[in-house]
Design a protein around this ligand. Structure first.
Ligand code: ADP
Ligand code: ASP
Ligand code: MG
Length: 466
């Protein structure tokens, strides 16, 4: 029994033409695979609109969410009318989608009354996009002769109560997913499941974070012991860099889990960083493919890296970062300062993306998202108050407006001089490197540069991949 789990992203369900392409791909795969599960994102732009509805409602603006509701009705109705002929199934699909938009208006109204959108309310609102798109896509598949059934993952992806960035809980998720989906597969149906969303054990809707539908595909693939997980998107595969920035970026035919993990972690939007782990743990092959160029084999993510003769395979950037520096002569040899520093960072829930190799022991530098910068500095000032008073720590400061640019390639481990190539090419272009770090897996080198230099740095390092 072979099973393929396919995840289709926002642009892949963005309009009737895209959904028709999704249906054709599903039909083609059903000729060779025994079973298929389809996981989908919201139609492109919909999650942004839903979130905008929530934030404008919280600010006391009742007109915006009503306008958004009208445009969501129009967008889904237009796609449905094009994909599904008038009749019972079209009507049975239109009704529930309309109800979900009614629910959106009701939730925004409540947010307006409270004057605040709690993380829980945000998740209830942002989950609606996927709940609408599964209904639309399943009806489109049925209209093309595929026995599809729309299903909300809130029924079986059981998560932590961390609203807006929940994580699935095992073994509940695996058990419930198998219980719900295996009987459907056995009777030859194709489940069309919401990406992005789950529910707590007590049934509150959660989301897995922006871009989280990829993660849903991996969670469901792992739970069902799928033979492959295919992520369908709007580019031919994982490329040497973001093609929107460097038009001559090339598709990478095979990339290792470790390399893909670094790329995703350091900002390559093509795959949500959490997607890798569930599939690695179950040894499931992962493929990234193009909905709009179905004949292209895409990128295969494999366990062992494949040498392509280049130490640097790809480059990526993660923007809107801040570099925090804790500086002081008295830090030399004083135990516990680092522990207290990172304790203070953790206490405000900030994510440290990289810790830089300081040139001396006199400072600790690390990078956090800009959005957390002010809170981190305050927390450090509190946590290190004694050191500051004693002048063991002289200064705690944030440099905002920086970007982490990361070169990735398993070949770096064996190739001497990769770092000097990276710094050489940046120096030639007069790009100042603020800090550096090497990934623990030894297949990445990151440099921090100012925002103004970010694109030039990516282009310069990209030239080294050719
Ligand atoms: P989806 O809605 O299908 O999940 P995303 O927009 O989340 O699609 O991700 C696909 C986009 O990621 C591409 O259109 C591309 O612009 C961007 N991207 C960034 N870095 C890379 C990369 N290294 N390889 C391929 N695409 C990349
Ligand atoms: N619809 C969600 C988002 O826009 C999840 C996803 O597309 O992966 O973030
Ligand atoms: Mg995505």
């Amino acid at each position: 029994m072979s099973l393929l789990v396919m995840k289709f992203g926002g642009t892949s369900v963005g309009n009737a033409t895209a959904i028709a392409a999704l249906a054709a791909i599903t039909r083609d795969h059903l000729a060779t695979w025994d079973h298929a599960v389809v996981v989908v994102s919201a139609m492109s732009g919909v999650t942004d609109l839903l979130l905008k509805g929530a934030s404008t409602a919280a600010a006391g603006d009742a007109a915006s969410y009503k306008r958004i509701a009208a445009s969501l009705r129009e967008k889904h109705a237009a796609a449905l009318a094009e994909l599904v002929p008038d009749g019972a199934d079209a009507a049975a699909t239109r009704g529930p989608i309309e109800q979900l938009i009614d629910e959106f208006e009701l939730l925004c109204h409540s947010v307006g009354v409270l004057g605040e959108a709690s993380p829980r309310a945000i998740d209830a609102i942002s989950s609606l996009g996927e709940r609408m798109s599964v209904r639309l896509v399943a009806a489109a598949l049925r209209a093309r002769g595929i026995a599809a059934e729309a299903i909300d993952a809130t029924e079986f992806v059981i998560t932590s109560p961390h609203f807006t960035s929940a994580v699935p809980i095992q073994p509940q998720t695996r058990e419930r997913t198998r219980e719900r989906l295996l009987p459907l597969l056995e009777r030859g149906a194709v489940p069309v499941v919401t990406g992005f969303i789950g529910a707590t054990e007590s049934g509150a809707t959660t989301t897995l974070g922006r871009g989280g539908s990829d993660y849903s595909g991996a969670i469901i693939g792992a739970a069902l012991d799928a033979d492959e997980v295919a992520i369908y998107t709007d580019v031919d595969g994982v490329m040497t860099t973001d093609p929107r920035l460097v038009p001559d970026a090339r598709v990478i035919p095979a990339i290792s889990f470790a390399e893909m993990g670094e790329l995703a972690y350091f900002g390559a939007k093509v795959l949500h960083p959490r997607t890798i782990r569930p599939v690695v743990e179950h040894g499931i092959p992962l493929r990234i493919r193009n909905t709009f160029n179905a004949a292209h084999p895409g990128t295969l993510v494999v366990s062992a890296p494949e040498a392509n003769g280049r130490a640097i395979k790809a480059v990526t950037a993660i923007k809107s970062m801040s570099m925090i520096t804790v500086e002081g002569r008295g830090m030399i040899g004083v135990p516990g300062v680092a522990a207290r520093t990172f304790g203070a960072v953790a206490s405000v829930g900030a994510n440290v993306l990289m810790i830089s190799q300081a040139s001396s022991e006199q400072s600790i530098c690390f990078v956090v998202p800009f959005s957390a910068s002010a809170a981190v500095v305050h927390s450090l000032e509190d946590g290190l108050a004694n050191e500051l008073a004693r002048r063991d720590v002289d200064r705690i400061w944030a440099r905002d407006d920086v970007v982490i640019v990361t070169a990735v390639g398993a070949g770096m481990r064996e190739t001497p001089g990769v770092a000097s190539q990276v710094f050489g090419t940046l120096a030639e272009r007069h790009i100042n490197v603020v800090a550096i770090a090497q990934g623990s897996s030894e297949c990445s080198i990151s440099v921090v540069v100012s925002s103004a230099d970010a694109d030039a740095a990516v282009r310069a390092i990209h030239a080294l991949t050719i």
